[in-house]
Design a protein around this ligand. Structure first.
Ligand code: NAI
Length: 426
C-alpha cells in the first residue's frame, strides 16, 4: 500500500531500521520509565486492515506531538514484523528480532493479528503477552460522540483492568474421553473427595488457577491508576460467592492490597463512606450484578478490576454500550513493559478497501502518549476526535450508525477521516 511519507517512520527493510536520531526508553529499577524527547517506538502494522489503520494512527499521533511540542519532542517509529507479513518476509510469524526490539524499546503499539484456525499455529497475541508478562489488559471505555445503542452514553466512562495471566485462559484443559481427563477425574474423586455425580466418565475439565501474587500486582496497578487519575469508585468483581478459592480469593486479596502501607488511608473500603480529595473507594460487586449495573447505571463506576474471563465479558459489554470495539483502545501493561493495541480483529471482509475505522488504534496511540507522560498531546487527539465526530464525519460504520439515528453524516475513507481529525488538532 501507499505509505504516507513521514520522515520519522522507519519501515522494515530486510531488517528493522533503527534511526540514529532516536533513543530507547529506559526502565528504571523501580519499573518507572525514563522517556527521552526522541523515543524509539516500535509498531507492528498487523494483518487485514492493520496497515490501513496504522497509517491513520501515525498521521494523527505525529500531528498531535508536533502541534503540542513544536519539534522539541518527536517519536521515531520503527516497524517490526509479526503475523502474515512476517511469515511472508521471514517465514516466521513472530521473528526473534521483533521480540528483541520490543524488549529493548519497552513500549510499543500494534494492529490486529489473525490466528489461522486449525493450522496448529499459536496466537501471537498470547505469545507476546507471555514473553513480556503484560499482566494487566487495560481498556478505557468512554464516549466521543459516535452513534451508540443507548441514550446518554456520556454516562459511560470506565476503565476495565483485566488480569491477563491467570484464570481459565491458562490453557490447562483435559478433553472428554482423553487419558488425562480420566486420570484427573480419578484423582479428584479418589483423593480429593469430589462427588462422582459431578464428574461423570465423559467429563471434560478446564482448570482455573488464580494466585495471590498475580492478583495483587494487578490490583496495585489498578489502584495506582485510580489514584493518579482521580477516579473515585473502583469495583472489584467476581463470583466469589460460588468460586471461593479463586474469584472469592481474588476479591479478598484486592482488599488486602487496599490495606498495604502504599494505599492505607488513600483507598477506603467502607461502603457507606464518601471518598475525600485524594482518596478512592474500593467496593466489591458480583459479576452478574456488574453486567446489569453497567447497562442501568454505568456512571456508578470509574474503574473495574477483574479476572481474565470476567474482564473479557465486562469490557465487551462496556464497549458495546458506546458503539462497539471499533472505538475502544487498549493497553497490555506489565512492570513497565507495555504494548498498546486496537481491540477489534483483522476485519478481512473490508481489508484493502480503505474504509476501516481507525479510532481504536488511534485512541490506543493516545493512551500510549499518556503512558509516556505526554498527556497534553493525548488530550489534543481526544479533542480533535470529538470535534470530528461532532461534525458528523466518519468511516462507513460511523456514518451508517448516524444515519440509523436519522442524523445526516458525511461518509469518508480511513485516510480522509484521519486527515479530518489531524486538521482539527490545534
Ligand atoms: P473482527 O473484529 O475482525 O471483525 C468483526 C466485524 O467487525 C467484521 O464485520 C469487521 O468488518 C468489523 N470491524 C472490525 N474492525 C473494524 C474497523 N476498525 N472498522 C470497521 N469495521 C470493523 O473480528 P473477527 O472476525 O472475530 O476476527 C478476525 C480475526 O482477528 C481472527 O483471526 C481473530 O483471531 C483476530 N483478532 C485479533 C485481535 C487482536 O489482534 N488483538 C482481537 C480480535 C480478533
Amino acid at each position: 500500500m501507499n505509505k504516507t511519507a513521514f520522515e520519522n517512520v522507519f519501515y522494515w527493510e530486510g531488517k528493522a531500521q533503527i534511526p540514529q536520531e532516536g533513543k530507547f526508553i529506559k526502565l528504571r529499577e523501580d519499573k518507572t520509565l525514563e522517556v527521552p524527547e526522541n523515543p524509539i517506538i516500535p509498531f507492528i502494522e498487523g494483518d487485514g486492515i492493520g496497515p490501513e489503520i496504522t497509517q491513520a494512527m501515525l498521521l494523527i499521533v505525529n500531528t498531535a506531538v508536533e502541534k503540542t511540542y513544536n519539534g522539541s519532542r518527536k517519536i521515531y517509529w520503527v516497524e517490526l514484523l509479526a503475523g502474515d507479513k512476517a511469515e511472508e518476509k521471514t517465514r516466521e510469524r513472530l521473528p526473534q528480532e521483533t521480540l528483541d526490539l520490543l524488549k529493548e524499546s519497552i513500549v510499543g503499539i500494534k494492529g490486529p493479528l489473525g490466528t489461522p484456525v486449525g493450522k496448529g499455529v499459536r496466537s501471537i497475541n498470547s505469545a507476546l503477552r507471555r514473553a513480556f508478562d503484560y499482566y494487566s489488559a487495560v481498556r478505557p471505555v468512554y464516549w466521543m460522540g459516535q452513534p451508540t445503542p443507548i441514550p446518554n452514553p456520556e454516562r459511560v466512562n470506565v476503565v476495565v483492568f483485566r488480569e491477563n495471566t491467570d484464570d481459565v485462559y491458562a490453557g490447562i484443559e483435559f478433553f472428554s474421553g482423553s487419558e488425562e481427563a480420566k486420570k484427573a477425574r480419578e484423582f479428584l474423586i479418589k483423593e480429593m473427595g469430589a462427588k462422582e455425580e459431578g464428574f461423570p466418565e465423559d467429563v471434560g475439565i478446564t482448570v482455573k488457577p488464580m494466585s495471590e501474587f498475580k492478583t495483587k500486582r494487578h490490583v496495585r496497578k489498578a489502584l495506582r491508576y485510580a489514584l493518579e487519575n482521580n477516579r473515585k469508585v473502583v469495583a472489584v468483581i467476581g463470583k466469589g460467592n460460588i468460586m471461593k478459592a479463586t474469584e472469592g480469593a481474588f476479591i479478598n486479596w484486592a482488599f488486602e492490597v487496599a490495606d498495604e502501607p502504599e494505599f492505607k488511608g488513600r483507598v477506603i473500603t467502607d461502603p457507606e463512606a464518601e471518598p475525600r480529595e485524594g482518596q478512592v473507594k474500593l467496593v466489591k460487586v458480583i459479576t452478574d450484578q456488574m453486567l446489569m449495573q453497567l447497562v442501568l447505571k454505568p456512571e456508578a463506576y470509574d474503574v473495574i478490576i477483574a479476572q481474565n474471563l470476567n474482564g473479557d465479558y465486562v469490557s465487551d459489554l462496556a464497549a458495546a454500550l458506546i458503539g462497539g470495539p471499533g472505538f475502544v483502545p487498549s493497553g497490555n501493561i506489565g512492570d513497565g513493559y507495555a504494548l498498546f493495541e486496537s481491540t477489534h480483529g483483522t476485519a478481512w471482509d473490508i481489508a484493502g478497501k480503505g474504509i476501516a475505522n481507525p479510532l481504536s488504534l488511534t485512541l490506543s496511540g493516545a493512551m500510549m502518549l499518556e503512558y509516556l507522560g505526554w498527556k497534553e498531546a493525548a488530550e489534543k487527539i481526544y479533542d480533535a476526535v470529538r470535534r470530528t465526530l461532532d461534525s458528523r464525519i466518519g468511516t462507513p460504520d460511523i456514518a451508517n450508525g448516524f444515519r440509523k439515528q436519522e442524523i445526516e453524516a458525511k461518509e469518508v475513507g480511513t485516510m480522509e477521516f484521519a486527515r479530518e481529525i489531524a486538521s482539527r488538532i490545534e
